[in-house]
Design a protein around this ligand. Structure first.
Ligand code: GRF
Length: 199
């Protein structure tokens, strides 16, 4: 069975949705380890409640290369097939991306390339778009930038707040992340330049 590693920094709802899909048999994979760069992340306790190995490796005060080297050492012992960033707040170093070329996914709460970076839902509201959504993409060393695998759109309503829009987007995040993982693990795609072509 294919093994995932999840990197997160906080709440962990995307991790939990993936774990739930695995538990109920709709995603054929196992989660070898959950790692958080923030020891207080709720995602770590959610993982432990599910009996999934969960590790805090604090990134405080460490520069990217040093921290990512530690991450790589840990992940090498796990023999993972795919790394899923799920609310992981650090940009990965080029060295890390090279080690796991085309084997790292991220989910972002906007229709990229619109609104990369922090507070994507706030950015969408401030800009006044009528549609937003979420994107699962391969990760390169740039922020929210690699080839797009799947996207889902949601409407933005006039009376939306960051909270209501985020909730609407999150429902789609929880749906498409597992779908994207399934596609990648089954090898049902090829990457042509920036395009991910689904078979
Ligand atoms: C999600 O909105 C995700 O798209 C973004 O960070 C948030 C993480 O939420 N990258 P959670 O920790 O999975 O609940």
């Amino acid at each position: 069975m294919k093994r995932l590693a999840i990197l997160l920094s906080g709440r962990g709802s995307n991790f939990d949705a993936i774990a739930e899909n695995i538990a109920k048999g709709s995603l054929d994979a196992s989660i070898g380890i959950v790692i958080s760069n923030r020891p207080e992340a709720r995602g770590l306790s959610l993982a432990r409640e599910r009996g999934i190995p969960a590790l805090a490796i604090s990134s405080k005060g460490l520069d990217r290369e040093v921290y990512d080297h530690t991450l790589i050492q840990t992940l090498r012992q796990q023999e993972v097939d795919l790394i899923c960033l799920a609310g992981y707040t650090r940009v990965l170093s080029a060295g890390f991306v090279r080690e796991y070329a085309n084997r790292i996914l991220n989910i972002h709460p906007s229709l990229l390339p619109a609104f990369p970076g922090l507070d994507a839902q706030r950015q969408a509201l401030d800009y006044g778009v009528k549609l937003s959504g979420c994107t699962v993409h391969f990760v390169d060393e740039y922020l929210d930038a690699g080839p797009v695998l799947l996207q889902a759109a949601v409407p933005v309503f006039d009376d939306d707040t960051v909270a209501t829009l985020s909730t609407r987007i999150l429902v789609e995040e929880h749906r498409i992340y597992s779908e994207a993982i399934r596609l990648v693990l089954q090898g049902d795609y090829r990457i042509e330049g920036r395009r991910v072509v689904l078979k």
